[in-house]
Design a protein around this ligand. Structure first.
Ligand SMILES: *Cc1c(COP(=O)(O)O)cnc(C)c1O
Length: 331
């Protein structure tokens, strides 16, 4: 296995299932749609960050670190999965979480992921929307070091070269699964934010000479900004694996579904969350996968994906954030 030289810790339930969404396909009268259930990676309600954390915490332990630190929004799924991984390995965890303007007020700072962060024993530092969580974390990291501790800082979303290896691994798992089932996919669609998931998937598919479009539906920025965000993460991932860097035209970021802003759902997001719950009992979330699926649904309605296509949706998790969004989900 090409990843065996990287330190890794087993934290997840793998392989995650690959399942058809037959009722959704019929409802949309469109392509055959399948879902890769990375919401089922296990570890305190799961999600895509668990795969990244297997490599990030492998690296942390290889470097004898004792305190895991990261940043995110108040309802960060990444922060919650980091808190869970640290708890499981008996490491300390400190989170630096910022409030997100435009999100619901009731429960946003107490329920969902932040409730789990606290239950999992992480030290939660809550910061105002206009303060930099990065500098607060770095200051605290120096204080820990001065006191003789060894912090390990994980960037936003776990998205650097090492974290992305989790999705290189996922690309191998996925292609093996679809070959066993004799399914060939024409497209992969996923929500993308800090880009490690898409970068890893692109690298992992390239290593297997699979060249289908991987459509990253942005949850926070327009196409140009999102492509610029992906570039350094993808380059770092390719460097770790001795792969050539991807040309810009191989990277697809769709910026049509994130509006109005990160963490704030629009009508198409809420429609996607509701439709998938009612047709497939599949729980999406209002921040990431609801926007990703809204993109998939709209591309079917626009006729970009046709009846002859087979489309894979990568479910990256996030259900814990449904609860603090109660007021937006139900009228
Ligand atoms: C973090 C996250 C994503 C985006 O993954 P990136 O690697 O940050 O692009 C998508 N869905 C969910 C539920 C997430 O928590």
């Amino acid at each position: 296995m090409p990843l065996s030289r990287f330190p890794r810790i087993n934290l997840s339930h793998l392989p995650t299932p690959l399942e058809p969404l037959s009722r959704l396909s019929r409802e949309l009268e469109g392509p055959e749609i399948y879902v890769k259930r990375d919401d089922c990676t296990g570890l305190a309600t799961g999600g895509n960050k668990v795969r990244k954390l297997e490599f990030l915490l492998g690296d942390a332990l290889a470097n004898n670190c004792d305190t895991i630190m990261t940043i995110g929004g108040l309802q960060s799924n990444h922060a919650r999965q980091t808190a869970a991984a640290a708890a499981k390995l008996g490491l300390k965890c400190e989170l630096f979480l910022v409030d997100i303007p435009g999100t619901p007020r009731e429960g946003y700072g107490t329920n969902g992921n932040i409730l789990l962060d606290r239950l999992l024993g992480a030290k939660v530092n809550i910061l105002h929307a206009d303060t930099s969580p990065l500098s607060a974390m770095e200051m605290r990291a120096s204080a820990i070091e001065q006191a003789g501790g060894k912090p390990y800082i994980i960037p936003m979303g776990g998205s650097n070269g090492i974290g992305s290896l989790g999705y290189v691994d996922c690309a191998f798992e996925l292609v093996k699964q679809w070959r066993e089932k004799e399914l060939d996919f024409d497209y992969i669609v996923m929500a993308t934010g800090s880009c490690g998931t898409q970068a890893g998937m692109l690298a992992g598919l390239a290593m297997q000479d699979v060249s289908i479009p991987v459509i990253g539906v942005s949850v926070l920025a327009n196409e140009a900004e999102q492509k610029a965000r992906l570039r350094p993460v993808a380059d770092e991932t390719c460097d770790l694996l001795d792969l050539p860097h991807f040309p810009d035209d191989q990277v697809i970021c769709n910026g049509n579904y994130f509006y109005p802003s990160y963490g704030v759902p629009n009508e198409s997001t809420l429609e996607a969350v509701s439709l998938l719950a009612r047709t497939e009992a599949l729980l999406l979330d209002p921040v990431y996968t609801g926007k990703g699926m809204a993109g998939l649904i709209d591309l079917v309605r626009q006729g970009i994906f046709t009846k002859n296509d087979r489309v894979l949706f990568l479910h990256t998790g996030g259900q814990a954030a449904l609860f603090p969004y109660e007021s937006m989900l139900i009228d």
